[in-house]
Design a binder for this molecule. Structure first.
Ligand code: UDP
Length: 250
């Protein structure tokens, strides 16, 4: 039914390269094709090297998009062709806008973020796209009992799109463990997207993003990230070694 996207390897992790991710996903949405989308960046790739469970989840995802500048630069180097970056937040936005225009009964669910953040993000979306049918929201900080309640709610509502913003790798593990609850849904790990839509945080200005420097803005906004960001130079070194040794082996 679907054209299989072209798959390439970035440090052993699959990445799907195609021209139009939103339309591929919209097709899944139209045909109720259960889908798990992973938004791969250099940091997640490095985490996967240390975390076999995360690596397994990425390898079995239906769609892995090149979310980060490091992954895109590596793919351009590997393929010698233009590869467009597809930030997860933008893919989710395009999908929500397209779905909002369809005026259907199919619903959307937001899970994650500090208390009230997903609900404020939902209000933002209802203003932006009144046709969107948001079935519910749930904070990412809760007791195990509340999580059981969330799972029951999801199983009952069967939202067609479920955005999970718990950060990496928590959201990937959670989706992998729970996607059977809504097997026909599109599940996307969206990181801090609810923070952006709710106005709690802002995205980097486009001139920084266009120059592959979005990470610098995040570091400025969240200086505590410096330790996590050590993964970026490590990724660059590993990518060079991986690429050159793979080349010499051919
Ligand atoms: N978060 C959550 N529950 C948790 C831990 C984190 O809902 O137990 C949320 C947090 O409030 C934030 C998001 O997960 O909205 C993580 O955002 P970040 O930008 O750090 O994601 P990443 O860079 O890991 O994709």
């Amino acid at each position: 039914m679907f054209q299989a996207p072209k798959e390439f390897s970035v440090l052993g992790m699959p990445v799907h390269v195609m021209d139009n991710y939103p339309s591929w996903l919209l097709n899944c949405w139209q045909y109720n094709q259960g889908t798990h989308v992973i938004t791969l960046n250099a940091e997640m790739t490095m985490q996967a090297q240390q975390n076999p469970t995360l690596a397994k989840i990425i390898k079995s995802a239906d769609l892995v998009i090149p979310d980060g500048a490091g992954v895109v630069l590596y793919l351009r180097w590997l393929l010698w062709q233009k590869v467009n970056r597809c930030p997860g937040i933008e893919l989710a936005e395009k999908l929500l806008c397209a779905v909002g225009q369809q005026q259907t009964d199919k619903t959307v669910f937001f899970y994650g973020g500090a208390p009230g953040v997903a609900a404020t993000a939902a209000e933002f979306w209802l203003q932006k796209s009144p046709g969107l049918n948001i079935a519910g929201t749930y904070s990412g900080y809760h007791t195990p009992e509340e999580e059981q309640q969330l799972k029951q709610t999801l199983a009952q509502l069967q939202p067609q799109i479920i955005l999970v913003g718990l950060g990496v790798p928590r959201q990937e593990l959670w989706i992998s463990q729970n996607r059977h609850l809504c097997p026909q849904s599109i599940w996307i790990g969206v990181g801090g997207s609810f923070d952006i839509w709710s106005g709690t945080k802002s995205r980097a200005p486009s001139w920084l993003a266009d120059n592959n420097l979005e990470w610098l803005y995040r570091l400025y906004q969240e200086p505590w990230r410096w330790r996590r960001m050590l993964a970026l130079p490590q990724f660059a070194v590993k990518a060079c070694i991986y690429h050159l040794t793979a080349k010499s082996a051919t």
